[in-house]
Write a protein that binds this ligand. Structure first.
Ligand code: GRF
Length: 224
């Protein structure tokens, strides 16, 4: 049976976006896998519906499909594998150095498969967001949210886009959308419906951020 975490402990430290973002917003994207959310962000930038530029892709696995997507769009990408560093903290310090060299206004985790260190989260507090394939706080904290929701037997799951804090998948929620679970769903049949929602919700959350319309009060994100 899937492990279900209790609701996040209250209160979390408020994260505030104080500085005005530049226009277009300079975005760094963290990826590990196929990169369909990266592709959705790049498509929205190209279509002119997202006032942002992806200035750097940071990947922790050489050979990830996301790197091909970055290359196809002419977006600079850097591979910073865990194996090349003595600790996860030093790996993430290298990621941070690469992002800050650009610099970036916002860091988007688009399928990054490792826990971010507290130092990394603190450095980008209020300008670090993640997309997760469940309605948080349900089925957070792991890489198997879709299968876990099915195993649990929920009739509705969904997608969350949230600010990242050092509580895993526990930061203030920016956007959520429900997706019904169908009687015969398998992870393979449910995943594409969730991904389709992710590809809409993540660019939408970045657009709200770029337009300076997100304010965090405690656990709540106020959208103006
Ligand atoms: C997405 O389902 C995202 O929610 C999760 O990892 C997956 C990444 O997919 N965090 P992709 O690499 O963007 O295609």
């Amino acid at each position: 049976m899937a492990e279900v975490r209790p609701p996040a402990a209250l209160p979390v430290q408020p994260v505030l976006f104080a500085a005005a973002p530049t226009t277009p917003l300079r975005v760094g994207v963290l990826v590990s896998g196929r990169g369909s959310n990266l592709a959705a962000l790049l498509a929205a930038c190209q279509a002119g519906t997202l006032p942002a530029t992806v200035v750097l892709v940071v990947c922790n696995h050489s050979g990830a499909g996301a790197l091909d997507i970055a290359a196809a769009h002419g977006v600079p990408a850097v591979v910073i594998p865990r194996a090349g560093h003595p600790t996860r903290a030093t790996q993430q310090a290298a990621m941070r150095a690469a992002l800050d060299e650009q610099p970036v206004d916002l860091v988007v985790c688009a399928g990054f498969d490792r826990i971010l260190e507290p130092d990394f989260c603190a450095h980008y507090a209020g300008r670090l967001i993640n997309v997760h394939p469940s309605l948080l706080p349900a089925f957070g904290g792991g890489l198997h949210a879709i299968a876990d929701a099915l195993s649990y037997g929920v009739r509705v799951t969904g997608v969350s886009v949230h600010f990242v804090t050092d509580e895993i998948d526990g930061g203030p929620i920016i956007l959520q959308e429900a997706v019904p679970v169908l009687p015969d769903d398998t992870p393979a049949s449910l995943a594409p419906r969730l991904h389709a929602v992710e590809h809409r919700l993540l660019p939408e959350a970045v657009r709200l951020f770029a337009e300076g319309r997100l304010r965090v009060e405690g656990r709540r994100v106020i959208i103006s």
